[in-house]
Design a protein around this ligand. Sequence first.
Ligand code: DAH
Length: 358
Amino acid sequence: MSLIDDLDELEARARGMIEGADGTDALERARVALLGRKGEITSVMHMMGKVAPEERPVLGKRANELRRLAESMIERRGKDLRREALSSLMATEAVDVTLPGARPKLGHQHLISQIIEEIEDVFCGIGYTVESGPQVETSWCNFTALNAPMDHPSRSARDSFYIVDNAPGSVDHPEEHAHGESDVLLRTQTSGVQVRTMLANKPPIYMIAPGTVYRPDTADACHLPQFNQVEGLVVDRGITFGDLKGTLDYFVKCMFGEERKTRYRPHFFPFTEPSCEVDVSCGVCHGEGCAFCKHSGWIEILGCGMVDPNVLVNCGIDPDEYSGFAFGAGVERIAALRYDLPDLRSLMTGDMRFLEQF
Ligand code: DAH
């Protein structure tokens, strides 16, 4: 067999090795075996010196062709293998960007916050401002400036959560002593914001103040130790009970519906004179009487009255020049009436199955 035949056979083998390489590693092994320092084609090139001079041009040409052929085949095969690897990677690791994603669960406003916002909308729509005050309040703002006598039962430690209690003897007999003006407590009503607003602003004042209040009540279906109120206060020249009625009728109709009626019952609050409780006609029986309204046809909804002149004086406003009205409503109560909630505690427990309904 001649050397030329050997090179033909080497070419066939080289083709087989290169075409048969099934990955870039196998291709690299084939390259080393053919073209590496000790590779078969390299060895042929090295042998040229020993070949008879007359055969050298033919054999040399053939060997060079074989080397170039092997190099270009390896390059082409390498490209093919890399393209194959890429397309199989694209097939196996493809991400279908058109698939719908997993939506993160979004929270929503708590029912109480929704109702507070609704009340704010009603009053902002007729020109009121929204005020706020601290939940840790002085007893002067919470009681004294609001005309509550020092021996008023609501001041006792049975009805208020005191934080700083400066009265002597109060630790031993908290229920017996009258709480002083420098005590600090969790506010029992939002009415203190009336005081703060009047001290900070000159009339005319048209404001509401939503906020959380606290009372040492055991939680049951109708009571919570922490709940929310919306306070309202108007102070201007010539404000009358007619303004109070017109405003609260409008508010009740906005919250409960045009067809609902209101009724004003005399009541007592230290900070208003005269004072009333306002009832709304029962939405279940429309005033006929049913279990929901305890067969009265009416449901109590808020307290209100004409601002007591003493309160105006305490807050630096001349009662001969100005008059006003005020009101306070329980937000949880409004929610319970609106949605017929049997138990106020459901508003505090954070049970999503209940809260998601609103
Ligand atoms: N502060 C009263 C309460 O917590 C509610 C209230 C009644 C507020 C009459 C008022 C008012 O401003 O005029 O029961």
